[in-house]
Design a protein. Structure first.
Length: 506
């Protein structure tokens, strides 16, 4: 058994810990890895165990594109074998290559690369990935996210080569993590859900837990993750300008020169994923200026007893729009289509994602305000009460749709979300359908409590309790080794899907 991990950025530390656990508990001796960001690559290389037979660094592959000659015969064959149905979706997904984001703050959308450069980049990446898989021959590839040209190529090529793909998903309930063979939904839970719907299996313990969770959620209305709630994000002028406190100013005076010094000392500062601190300073200044000017004059009041549809904005750039629904990623355009599709007596409530506060320019919100039946709600408002009071929730693929289902609300989505197989959800596959779907969901909606409980039961059976968000995004790389045992249930879940047996003795 050889397992390949896609070790992007800070997940590399978690991926390595999972490899250690699979080695120690299940005797897996060989691993390989596709790594992004040189710091993560160097960390994995320094580890004495377990054995990684090869590490492929995305930044090293990228360096080759300048000397590459476009080979149209290779690209036609690549498109024939792995096109979706063409090769452009691979480029469109990659935030750095396509939009220069992650290096620059949103709303930057000007790529550093020409069309010909992008063709060369996908060509060198595909060649490297194909060679890597043919030489390493992994039995399975474990993904945490698919957000780059290389990661999506690995996924699609592995599928065609019958290499098992396991995507780690947040289950969107409590701290549960779940595995799937695809990136769009919970494949194992979906299969079990169908059996539960057909009364082919019975899982009384998990069903009891699912019902208890649902009752608690409806009573307390707490989101599954607190990181992107208004309380957790600096979405007020006061919190945005706390950096002006004496303690924060001293830290800023120390940090910025150190960041600039480290940038110039870095011999690999020309890696395409390295952030230039001067651009970072400039983007931060622009963000603070937007917040200083403020958006207060653009916000509308929530009106009690008003008929409204709630459509929260998505964070950008994210795979929710770039991968799951690339034809609906223009949220300004999509908001206009939603507003024009509503009954005359309805308002469309739009609320900014807490993580986007200060990033979108005022002109974006001013365009929204030109739409007569749109109300722009303050980002400090909690989403769950809005979902509870709304007549309908429309989202591209967001968690708001999942929360709405649990609160017995009709939902319309624009992509294959993990909850899209539930009968209460309607997917809009062509924008001309939207007014009719809205009418159907407002007038003929029927909540299916049995289906919801069956789906939650399947999630409970197929998931494990691991606070991956806390370990990955909050505590940081330095704490992963200390938290390794907390990752053990996730390693066990991976092992179960690969039919591995424990080598530990009692």
């Amino acid at each position: 058994m050889k397992i390949c991990f896609v070790l992007q950025r800070r997940f590399a530390y978690i991926g390595h810990a999972l490899a250690e656990l699979l080695n120690q508990k299940y005797g897996v001796r060989e691993f390989c890895g596709y790594v992004s960001v040189r710091e993560s690559f160097n960390f994995i290389k320094k580890q004495s165990s377990p054995r990684f037979t090869r590490l492929l660094l995305d930044e090293d592959i990228h360096r080759q594109y300048k000397n590459e000659t476009i080979d149209w015969n290779f690209l036609k064959k690549l498109e024939s074998d792995y096109g979706l149905p063409n090769l452009w979706p691979y480029i469109e997904l990659d935030r750095i290559i396509r939009y220069n984001q992650l290096l620059r703050d949103y709303p930057c959308d000007i790529s550093r690369y020409s069309h010909e450069d992008m063709i060369k980049i996908i060509q060198v990446t595909a060649k490297a990935v194909i060679k890597f898989l043919e030489e390493e021959k992994p039995n399975a590839i474990v993904f945490s996210a698919i957000g780059s040209i290389g990661a999506l190529l690995l996924y699609e090529i592995a599928k065609k080569k019958n290499i098992k793909t396991l995507r780690i998903h947040q289950a969107r309930v409590e701290i549960k993590q779940i595995l799937s063979e695809n990136y769009q939904n919970f494949s194992y839970a979906n299969d079990l859900f169908k059996k539960l719907q057909n009364n082919e299996v019975s899982l009384p313990e998990q069903r009891t837990a699912a019902i208890a969770f649902l009752e608690k959620f409806r009573r307390d209305m707490e989101p599954y993750c607190q990181l992107d709630t208004p309380k957790a994000r600096p979405i007020s002028r006061y919190r945005q300008f706390k950096f002006l406190s004496p303690k924060k100013i001293l830290w800023t005076i120390y940090w910025w020169p150190m960041a600039i010094l480290q940038y110039f000392k870095n011999s690999y500062r020309d890696d395409y994923s390295i952030i230039n601190p001067f651009w970072q300073i400039w983007d931060n200044l622009k963000k603070k200026t937007r917040v200083l000017i403020g958006f207060d004059d653009l916000y509308d009041k929530i009106t009690p007893d008003e008929d409204f549809v709630f459509a929260p904005l998505h964070m950008e750039p994210e795979i929710a729009t770039l991968l799951y629904a690339p034809f609906y990623k223009d949220q300004l355009w999509l908001t206009k289509q939603m507003a024009y599709s509503l009954p005359l007596n309805f308002k469309l409530y739009i609320k900014e994602h807490p993580a986007m506060f200060g990033l979108r320019p005022r002109r974006f919100y001013k365009e929204l305000k030109k739409i007569p039946n749109v109300k722009l709600i303050r980002p400090t408002a909690e989403s769950l009460p809005l979902i509870k009071d709304a007549k309908l929730i429309i989202t591209i693929s967001g968690t708001a749709g999942w929360e709405a289902i649990q609160l017995k609300k009709p939902v319309i989505i624009f992509s294959d979300a993990f909850y899209s197989q539930l009968p209460m959800v309607k997917k809009c596959v062509a924008i001309e359908q939207l007014p009719y779907l809205i009418k159907e969901q407002l007038e003929k909606f029927k909540h299916d409590e049995t289906a919801l409980i069956n789906f939650l039961t399947a999630i409970w059976h197929e998931s494990v309790d691991v606070d991956l968000v806390q370990i990955w995004q909050v505590e940081g790389a330095g704490q992963v080794k200390a938290k390794k045992e907390e990752l053990s249930p996730l390693a066990d879940l991976i092992a179960s899907k690969l039919n591995l047996h424990s080598t530990e003795t009692e």
